[in-house]
Design a protein around this ligand. Sequence first.
Ligand code: THG
Length: 366
Amino acid sequence: MAMLSPSRRLRRTPFSQGVEAQGVKGYTIYNHMLLPTVFESVEADYRHLKDHVQVWDVSCERQVELRGPDAMRLMQTLTPRDLRGMLPGQCLYVPIVDETGGMLNDPVAVKISDERFWISIADSDLLLWVKGIANAYRFEVIVDEPDISPLAIQGPKSDELAARVFGEDIRTLRFFRYGYFHFEGHDVLIARSGFSKQGGFEIYVEGTDLGMPIWDALFEAGKDLNVRAGCPNGIERVEGGLLSYGNDMNRDNTPHECGLGRFCNTQTAMGCVGRDALLRVAKDGPIRQIRPIAIKDRIAPCDRAWSIMDRDRKIGQITSAAWSPDFDCTVAIGMVRMTHWDPGTELRIETQEGPVTGIVQEQFWI
Ligand code: THG
């Protein structure tokens, strides 16, 4: 494929210099920003992520900030997850839906205070929807995109690396909680979270000036831990069932179809714009749903959906797939009709390399 032509619209990040020095080989665009996709090779990056520790430039996880007395009311208008018990110091994975219950985004919400939230968004222009809702409801709240760039530490040696740079206390931080930790005279917000199942942290770096100093400190401190630059890994995230907005789901899907029903409390999420629509699907259940699917053949990753067919009838599609060295099969995420979604069901999948057989799995691999 030809190169991406750089321009102001394709935003660089505070860490781009470090990413380039570490030999990034591929980028994608996510929220109008550069997101690395490969350093050595997707398979080599995968092995390293599962065995060691990586530093990821995930600046593209942009923050939509809600600030003002109605910040909480606006947040609850956006999501069917009940936020009443949410306290400062907590992060929550929150489906965001439109008035039909269709998925608009699947961000992590970060509660800074009763009057201030960050919505750490996946790849859709959520700011526009949030501003529209805030104005239509005449909420007293300011909505904007502050210059905050998450930097993730992921992998089994994450605690050791983070403790060396930010202090031993970071080891006691719980999953999806955040705290403030010292770095060169600054207090930086760090959460135990990240887009892998290997464990780790996300540092919410404010502005650009601290970017390279934090990056360099992590690489200096992690030499003997074999720290490397990495990025969300296409194999590991499918093994772990981490969904990718725009790939595995979009506005045509409800959270229930995405298997995100456990993050909805539609009965009690008063004021959510999609509440009425979701009360209906929550009652009857979805008629298609995301499933893990194993394929024994090794097929090149898909850049379009693969149809799942029953004779000449389409009964679903594969939206992400990657060869897994650890599970010795192609691991895949698909949306499958209820007639074919039971574990063990054999599916005929039409790939760019011809038809293959997939088997519906009981659960994701990790
Ligand atoms: N971290 C932050 N922002 C993000 C992402 C992130 N924005 C974009 C994208 N990733 C949003 N999507 C997800 C999807 C899954 C998870 C987080 C963000 C996730 N899920 C866990 C799981 O499914 O195992 C835990 C969910 C839970 O139990 O609450 O972490 O990665 N800042």
